[in-house]
Design a protein around this ligand. Sequence first.
Ligand code: NAD
Length: 312
Amino acid sequence: MKKDKILVIGACGQIGVELTLALRKMYGDANVVASDLREEHELLKGTGPYVSLDVMNKEMLHVLIIRHNITQVYLLAAILSATGEKNPLLAWHINMQSLLNVLDIAKEENIDKVYWPSSIAVFGPNSPMQDTPQHTIIEPTTIYGISKFAGERWCEYYNHRYGVDVRSLRYPGLISYKSAPGGGTTDYAVEIFHEAKEHKKYTSFLSENTYLPMMYMPDAIRATIELMEADASKISVRSAYNLSGMSFSPKEIAAEIKKHIPEFTISYEPDYRQQIADGWPNSMDDSLARADWGWKHEYDLEKMTADMLKNI
Ligand code: NAD
């Protein structure tokens, strides 16, 4: 068992619950402190230490990190893309200040490693849409994307200037069944499974041919841990790595679900989230992650659909 002591901030969210459980398996239950604004998630109860924390309160965060001898921080608290568009100033404030609080304390306390996720939302309508490269035009148009891009620059800055070992991935839309999504533009790809099972029909808020990069949660958790476990000499990108699993449209996922539930039907009523999706890549080129630290995805649309329908 390793001696690291880990703090997960935003542990009750879609990623946080599964990441906390995976880290507890690796590092020992007592060595992974989960924290969130919300009440402890049902799936976390009884599995290890839980602390109520507002990451915006820098002093409280600092005390917590010292008191628990924290050596690694995973910062997952954020306002996501769709919710962010409803209150842009709040999204900017929370997404930026939470990261700056963590990076600054990491610098002061010589924290070993920091993880903070970026997103495909850093890209905008002027980026190439197919196989979007790691280095290309980056002109995000949502406040979420703007905050993620600025966050990437801060991560690189703290690494280059102060030597903080911060690592990041540009997650695609994440699909999971254990904890609910938190207000993103790719949430349809989770809702569709629940509605297919319960009501045999679904109305998509994105149009039928909207292709977006997506990933099944087990792949995202493994990518996160593999990046954090990689030798520092292998990490050539200190902003955030492109990460890719699969790419599909609402029409394609519906067709895949129909193979399991023949009576399933889909209709389309695009709303404000269509515009957000239209500015994002259709698919991502993650060859640098594959070359630097050996990233390899496991789940495609077919394998993920079968697993989701089995487990929901
Ligand atoms: P989520 O909304 O499901 O969870 C975020 C958690 O942070 C929530 O439990 C919330 O209560 C908590 N939180 C919010 N404000 C807080 C505060 N002030 N102090 C402490 N906790 C606070 O989000 P998620 O989907 O788990 O995303 C985690 C990270 O991954 C975010 O940075 C997000 O931008 C990024 N990301 C997610 C996706 C995705 O598809 N889920 C895709 C790309 C990037």
